[in-house]
Design a protein around this ligand. Structure first.
Ligand code: ADP
Length: 488
């Protein structure tokens, strides 16, 4: 199969969240199983094209938008460490500025930027003579490729056999656009926008709905989330749309790139380790704490509870704020955080760092190396998410023998199972209700087995033996692609 993956993010070139990781490992896995995949991404200003070895193709794209033509040019390179081709679409007006979606506020012209990107993807495929069997779009930014495939390119022999698959990574970000502008930029015109049309949702153009309605098949990133989003609590207003397409919607659990996230190979760690050499995990913890100026007199054995996360409402920081301080103040845990996001949450963690020096280790910012170290050196990893489409970090944590404590929702429900000390089964701790007391109770259960034989070794071995490989996830997508082509 020829697969064209269209995404607004691609690790490590341009990453805001888990979608970037997924967009990177899927094509690599497809290539390994004999398919041809390319990735198309905007040429953002912040991508360090020279260090990643990108060069111009000298191909110029004429991109129809409304009643005018926009221009783009194409750069080529590969996903670092692989031979998967990546093409960057250059346009100074839209992409030569800091940030992917905004800096820090969403750019006002995101409708125009991403509609241009969607239309340019088709022109790029033609210029490159890459005839896709599948266009695989990810989240609202590339959603407009789905109606474009069904309309502007439907009668183009180049795309006659192409099916469109749309993957929902996070329904919380839908791309609500002003109708006049979005319908003009996408060339569909206001006649396509009327109450109940596939372009209309509650009076706006909603790119997420458009992707869902026009795709041949729809996937989302975990089986549990696929069920949750058909109910009003989780659907962010999309339940009717998703139920309408319910028979074409399937959940595929994200996978982990175990070349990057593996304590046996991870060069970011102080000391590599494996299930056979779990002491190496402790060496990482000690070195990490010493790096923060702590020593033997600081009780280095306190359970270390870690978080690596965007700091947004989704991640459950508000319930954490009710209980976390007491755990630190009572010396039950040491806490480490790496994250950035909403000012309100950042300020809370600044406060903890100020009040509990050496006990609340807080790093506000984005730092890949530190994310690996924190996941490796923590004893427990906390994810009390309000909702979690899949979540990658709990799967990373499992591989590193770091025990997840999670709210049982979305992909967290599909990957973390409560440890039962009678049977010695399970790999973590969970709670169901979005409630600070239930979360605290789960943390206490987790602390109850810390350093206790035989449970502490057993749960870590259970965790480290989980296999959520990218290869398995990528193979599931291929089945959906075959299904989409069959029913086209
Ligand atoms: P989401 O996509 O909702 O942010 P995921 O768990 O799917 O959540 O993916 C988050 C990704 O971003 C993971 O690879 C995680 O390691 C990374 N990440 C999140 N915050 C940071 C940070 N502050 N520094 C480095 N990496 C981060």
């Amino acid at each position: 199969m020829n697969i064209l993956l269209a995404s607004a993010e691609l690790a490590p070139l341009a990453k805001a969240g888990g979608m970037a990781d997924v967009a990177a490992y899927l094509p690599e896995e497809w290539q390994k199983s004999g398919h041809k995949a390319i990735v198309i991404l905007p040429k953002y200003y912040d991508i360090d094209i020279h260090s990643y070895g990108f060069r111009p193709t000298h191909l110029v794209l004429n991109v129809p938008m409304g009643d005018w033509t926009e221009h783009g040019s194409l750069w080529q390179g590969t996903i670092p460490g692989t031979d998967v081709p990546v093409y960057l679409i250059e346009n100074d007006d839209y992409f030569t500025r800091h940030g992917i979606y905004g800096d820090p506020k969403e750019f006002e012209d995101n409708d125009k930027r991403f509609i241009f990107f969607c239309r340019a993807i088709f022109e790029a495929a033609k210029a490159l003579n890459f005839k896709p069997d599948i266009i695989h779009a990810h989240d609202y930014h590339t959603a407009f490729t789905m109606p474009m495939l069904r309309s502007w390119y439907k009668n183009d022999p180049f795309f006659a056999d192409t099916a469109g698959v749309y993957t929902i990574h996070n329904l919380a970000y839908q791309g609500w656009f002003k109708p006049e502008k979005a319908m003009e930029y996408s060339s569909f015109g206001m006649e396509e926008f009327y109450a109940g049309s596939w372009f209309e949702h509650r009076g706006t153009v909603n790119a997420m709905k458009i992707g869902i309605m026009f795709a041949d098949k729809i996937t989302t990133v975990s089986p549990t989330y696929a069920g949750e989003i058909r109910t009003s609590y989780f659907s962010e207003g999309m339940q009717d749309v998703l139920n309408q397409r319910g028979s074409d919607l399937i959940g595929i659990l994200n996978g982990v790139d175990y070349d990057t996230w593996n304590p046996e190979k991870d060069d970011f760690l102080y000391s590599k380790y494996s299930p056979d050499y779990i002491q190496g995990k402790l060496e990482n913890k000690r070195k990490f704490l010493e790096g923060h100026g702590l020593n033997e007199s600081d009780n280095l054995d306190l359970p270390l509870v870690g978080i690596v996360s965007r700091l947004t409402e989704q991640k459950g920081i508000d319930i954490l704020m009710h209980k976390l301080e007491a755990f630190i103040a009572e010396n039950k845990i040491r806490f480490v955080l790496l994250g950035n996001g909403d000012t309100m949450y950042e300020d809370y963690f600044r406060y903890l760092r100020w009040k509990y020096p050496g006990r609340a280790l807080v790093h506000l910012g984005y730092n890949t190396e530190l994310s690996h170290r924190i996941i490796a050196c923590s004893d427990f990893f906390l994810l009390p998410s309000r909702f979690e489409p899949c979540g990658l970090t709990q799967m990373y944590a499992l591989k590193y023998g770091t025990i997840p404590i999670v709210r049982r929702t979305g992909g967290l429900a599909d990957t973390v199972r409560e440890y039962r000390s009678d049977a010695q089964t399970g790999n973590g701790f969970d709670f169901i209700n979005y409630n600070a007391n239930d979360m605290a109770y789960a943390i206490n259960r987790a602390l109850g087995i810390y350093n206790k034989a035989p449970h502490w070794d057993q749960i870590r071995l259970n965790a480290m033996s989980e296999d959520y490989s990218a290869a398995r996830s990528a193979a599931e997508y291929l089945k959906v692609f075959a299904w989409a082509l069959e029913e086209k």
